[in-house]
Design a protein around this ligand. Structure first.
Ligand code: HEM
Ligand SMILES: [Cu+2]
Length: 648
């Protein structure tokens, strides 16, 4: 391979990106050296096994990826603003919708929800950490390695261009000969393995590490949603693993699983992809449902209405999510029986979802509502998500879908569920738990400005796409002629997208502003909230709970506050056993990155060496004798004294 094939060339934008990547890297290296922060970075972050810090790293990565995916979105919207625009060419447009889709789903939505569950779930169940803290760090670094591998395709080798669903035969070597889709298969594989481990870790954590008295039916709704989500992960991700492995064999080793000739089946890919892909959308939406449930109950000052039916409907949704995948290709030609089956299962999902919507509304009924920024996101979520859901039922009708299929109507629909659902959900969660993580609240005024820009911008950006879709504008179309009449609505959509982007800028500015100006929250319970995480100081000490809480009801902390019963038993502190930090997960991530990178370019000898490196790392871990360390009772007493200003 020649160097000019290795580096992507010929595009001013990409040269610009290369230069800025180099400059930013140099700035970071110089900054770290100048301020002597290398040791701090290594000891406190890169080697950490603390669920709270791992959660923060996930959320930070997700925000960076939101920026990347958002820039992709603005580029597309700029191209589509006017007919026959020459801003992007067709190949470039293909690459950008592909990277936008992949990054938003896998490297933005996923790490954001996983980050929040990392920070919050152990605190909500009264645990000291997740069940396998070291494995948790491995999950993070594998996710991160995958995300970085995917992102460098922009400047090295070339981006994938076959859509986020990478349908064959389009994604095959024959029709997509660059290494772009090799990046797709390997980057998703590496980060997907990390996600699968997260699934195991959180199922065990929630089933085995709850504080005494916290029966399953006393768990906060966010914890419930995380449990169910991780069960979905456990069943869905292995399918992705297999599909991506076959894809890699086809593209790197010349096998014929998904090719059109030699006995391959291109539609096999579509089926495998969506057997994972549809549950995946519930993986990113259910935790948001959980977040909204906790927030709506907190800010209405009421118990969550219909607790049991909330749990039950999530279980039903998770089961149904595995029975609907063919609604993504009704036009495949499977016949009326098959389409009818998938049509009905898809519509059935509206029932448990509707149950949840009504439960949220009944929770609000006669509540003492305070419109804080997290609550505003929840309030906007209910109507907008319902609207998105109803357009989903329209798409679920197989015969009607022949008309909508692959049009802008679909693009509008899934943004109408993913943005109010997942994005508003994680933003609500971030505003809500921010004081728990960092010890101060985000400034409410700026948060509300950002909220309104985001909500209004979002609707202006996506509502026109429903009409464009019905008028026949197909998705993934890089330009259109003026006679189509698509121009004006597209222009409106682009303006909306920029308003939305300004909203995100304000939101990010608010981190800086609040860091400078917000009062530090000393009592740990700024929202007068209901669940255990609010019973401990903010920011939370490494060991989380100085004493193990005793749970007697749902909303345990609220119960303790209202009935004046102690959550923590009287008596002296006891020493706490903690896991030690380790550099191994980080190193494993780096090696996996290189293994993936070499395979992308079919450099088999280096890939093999990196593969051996992975095995060595696993062996090193197996023979390691590290039993962690202890925090003494005296030290805990001193920390608690300092954080609470008294003794508990
Ligand atoms: C932030 C504002 C956003 C804007 C303005 C935006 C805009 C767009 C546009 C213009 C397309 C391509 C339409 C086409 O030509 O087919 C698209 C596709 C897509 N978007 Fe977004 N988007 C945004 C956020 C998101 C988010 C948050 C997610 C997921 C969590 C997401 C997921 C997707 C996916 C999966 C595709 C399909 C990619 C493909 O066709 O392969 N988007 N978006
Ligand atoms: Cu689906």
């Amino acid at each position: 391979m020649k160097w000019d094939e290795f580096f992507v060339t010929g595009e001013p934008m990409i040269y610009g990106a290369m230069v800025s990547i180099v400059l930013v890297s140099i700035a970071i290296l110089v900054g770290l050296t100048y301020f002597k922060k290398w040791g701090y970075l290594w000891r406190e972050w890169l080697t950490t096994v603390d669920h709270k810090r791992i959660g923060v790293m996930y959320i930070l990565s997700a925000l960076i990826m939101l920026f990347r995916g958002g820039v992709d979105a603005l580029l597309m919207r700029t191209q589509l603003a006017v007919p026959e625009s020459g801003f992007l060419d067709s190949q470039h447009y293909n690459e950008i919708f592909t990277t936008h889709g992949v990054i938003m789903i896998l490297f933005m939505a996923m790490p954001f929800v996983i980050g929040l569950m990392n920070v919050v779930v152990p605190l909500q169940i009264g645990a000291r950490d997740v069940a396998f803290p070291r494995l948790n760090a491995v999950s993070f670094w594998l996710f991160f390695a995958g995300a970085m591998l995917f992102n460098i395709s922009f400047v090295i080798g070339g981006s994938p261009d076959a859509g986020w669903s990478a349908y064959f035969p389009l994604a095959s070597l024959e029709f997509s000969p660059t290494v772009g889709n090799n990046f797709y298969s390997l980057a998703l594989q590496i980060s997907g393995i990390g996600t699968l481990m997260t699934g195991v870790n959180f199922i065990v954590t929630i089933l085995k590490m709850r504080a005494p008295g916290m029966k399953l039916m006393r768990m906060p709704m966010f914890t419930w949603s995380v449990l169910i989500t991780n069960v979905i992960i456990l069943f869905a991700f292995p399918v992705l693993t297999v599909a991506l492995a076959l894809m890699m064999f086809d593209r790197v080793f010349g096998s014929q699983f998904f090719t059109m000739a030699n006995g391959g089946m291109d539609m096999l890919w579509a089926n495998l992809f969506w057997v994972w892909g549809h549950p995946e959308v519930y993986i990113v939406i259910l935790p948001a449902f959980g977040i909204f449930s906790d927030i709506i109950s907190t800010f209405s000052k009421k118990n969550l209405y219909g607790y049991k039916s909330m749990v039950f409907s999530m279980v039903i949704i998770s089961l149904l999510s595995f029975l609907v995948w063919a609604h993504h290709f009704y036009t495949m030609g499977a016949g009326a029986m098959v389409n009818g089956f998938f049509s009905i299962t898809t519509m059935l999902i509206a029932v448990p979802t509707g149950v949840k919507i009504f439960n949220w509304l009944f929770t609000l009924r006669k509540g003492k509502i305070t419109f804080t920024s997290p609550m505003l996101y929840a309030m906007a979520f209910i109507p907008i998500f319902t609207f998105g859901g109803v357009t989903g039922v329209m798409l679920a009708m197989a015969s009607a879908d022949y008309q909508y299929h692959n049009t802008m109507f679909l693009v509008a629909h899934f943004h109408y569920v993913l943005i109010p659902g997942t994005v508003f959900g994680v933003l609500a969660g971030l505003h809500y738990w921010f004081p728990k993580i960092f010890g101060f609240r985000l400034n409410e005024r700026r948060a509300k400005t950002a909220f309104w820009l985001i909500v209004v911008g979002f609707n202006v950006a996506f509502m026109p796409l429903f009409f464009l879709g019905l008028q026949g504008m197909t998705r993934r179309m890089y330009t259109y002629s003026a006679d189509t009449g698509f121009g004006p609505l597209n222009m409106i959509a682009t303006i909306g997208a920029f308003v939305l982007a300004i909203g995100f800028v304000v939101l990010c500015y608010n981190f800086y502003y609040s860091f400078r100006h917000s009062p530090r929250d000393e009592h740990g319970d700024p929202w007068d909230a209901r669940t255990l995480e609010w019973s401990i100081p903010s920011p939370v000490p490494v060991y989380n709970f100085a004493k193990v809480p005793h749970v007697e009801s749902q909303d345990a902390f609220w119960h303790a506050k209202k009935h004046n019963v102690p959550l923590f038993k009287e008596g002296p502190y006891e020493e706490i056993h903690m896991p030690s930090n380790s550099g191994q997960p980080f190193i494993l991530g780096v090696i996996m990155f290189f293994a993936g990178f070499f395979l992308v370019f079919s450099w088999f000898i280096p890939a093999l060496i990196a593969g051996i490196g992975v095995v060595i790392m696993l062996a090193v871990r197996s023979f390691e004798r590290d039993h962690g360390y202890h925090i003494s009772a005296k030290e805990i007493a001193a920390t608690e004294q300092k954080l609470r200003g008294d003794s508990v």
